[in-house]
Design a protein around this ligand. Structure first.
Ligand SMILES: NC(=O)c1ccc[n+]([C@@H]2O[C@H](COP(=O)([O-])OP(=O)(O)OC[C@H]3O[C@@H](n4cnc5c(N)ncnc54)[C@H](O)[C@@H]3O)[C@@H](O)[C@H]2O)c1
Length: 297
């Protein structure tokens, strides 16, 4: 076996590389737009710096690869609203090239990082994979298009719809940073925790180790195709999350509110039964994951 992780210098990708390199050689392709090279420090992997849109580089990175984990993407909903053409190019055209080059190179399987964003604001809860998608942003549309490309590909491919992933080494900085690392950073610094909107919006927060376990699990099951949710199966509101982080850190940071994010989904709750029936299950509750996060900071 040999693995390629696109987006391997990213938050989830670098956790995946750490796990994979204990099993077989790993190639990483990343253009470092939101990724950081130091996340891979000390890990024995072959790093290809550049874009998934570069076919030549992609072919080099794909040499002798058996399993492809395609995580490279424009990852922010808000950024996709601001730059929809770039989003389409990176997330749709990029995925098409990854699948094409993987098939040409004789890879056995590809796993795509998709997103719960494809469910949009449909009020049906919990989100099961059989619900009709209702993408509400260019990012969500691009992820749905990526799933369709997986279905059409001659290469056996699976798409995993990640819900809200959190864990060590997640970037707290920048305009599109996720809630958990932002809140954690503010709590530790004693600065205000800023919530977009009223905080009643709900999310399913899933620990990154459960996500990397799911990625490897589906990659190694030769008969799996289609789409699968990856989540904890438990939802919390953003306000509850902020309060948990304050309580765990003993911080007295105030909670403040700002305008809601554009194209933000209101309620999100996942069914994880489809993936569970294949033998994967999440191991880490939110309380447990946050406690582990504090012990590493
Ligand atoms: N973090 C989450 O909660 C979450 C939720 C749903 C889906 N996802 C998906 O999981 C994947 C990984 O997300 P993440 O949270 O680790 O984000 P991340 O930003 O940390 O990782 C994305 C990586 O892709 C790289 N990249 C971007 N454009 C590229 C290009 N054109 N060519 C090569 N590399 C490129 C970035 O430099 C970065 O290292 C993404 O596909 C994202 O859409 C993440």
């Amino acid at each position: 076996m040999k693995f390629l992780v696109t987006g391997g210098a990213g938050f989830i990708g670098s956790h995946l590389v750490r796990l994979l390199q204990t099993h077989a050689p790993v190639n990483v392709l990343d253009n470092l737009t939101t990724g950081h090279r130091n996340r891979l420090a000390g890990l024995p992997c072959h790093f290809f710096e550049g874009s998934i849109l570069d076919r030549k580089l992609l072919s080099e990175a794909m040499r002798d690869v058996t399993h492809v984990f395609h995580l490279a993407a424009m990852v922010s909903v808000a950024e996709s609203v601001a730059n929809p053409t770039d989003c389409q190019q990176i997330n749709v055209e990029g995925t098409r090239r990854v699948l094409d080059v993987a098939a040409e190179a004789g890879a056995k399987r590809c796993v795509l990082a998709s997103s719960c964003a494809v469910y949009g604001n449909d009020p049906a809860m919990p989100k099961t994979e059989s619900l009709p998608p209702a993408p509400a942003s260019p990012y969500a549309e691009s992820k749905l298009a990526g799933e369709r490309l997986c279905t059409e590909s001659t290469l056996p491919a699976v798409a995993l719809r990640f819900f809200n992933v959190y864990g060590p080494h997640q970037d707290p900085n920048g305009p599109y940073a996720a809630a958990v690392p932002r809140f954690l950073q503010a709590a530790l610094a004693g600065t205000p925790i800023t919530i977009h909107g009223d905080g009643q919006q709900t999310r399913d927060f899933v620990f990154v180790e459960d996500v990397t376990a799911a990625l490897i699990h589906v990659a190694l099951q030769p008969d799996l195709r289609g789409v699968y949710n990856v989540a904890s199966g438990q939802s919390s509101s953003i306000l509850q999350l902020a309060k948990k982080i304050l309580s765990l850190s003993g911080s007295s940071s105030p909670i403040t509110h700002t305008t809601a994010r554009v194209a933000d989904v209101r309620f999100s709750s996942a069914s994880i039964e489809r993936l569970r029936t294949t033998g994967w299950s999440p191991q880490t509750t939110l309380d447990c994951g946050l406690t582990r996060l504090f012990s590493k900071t």
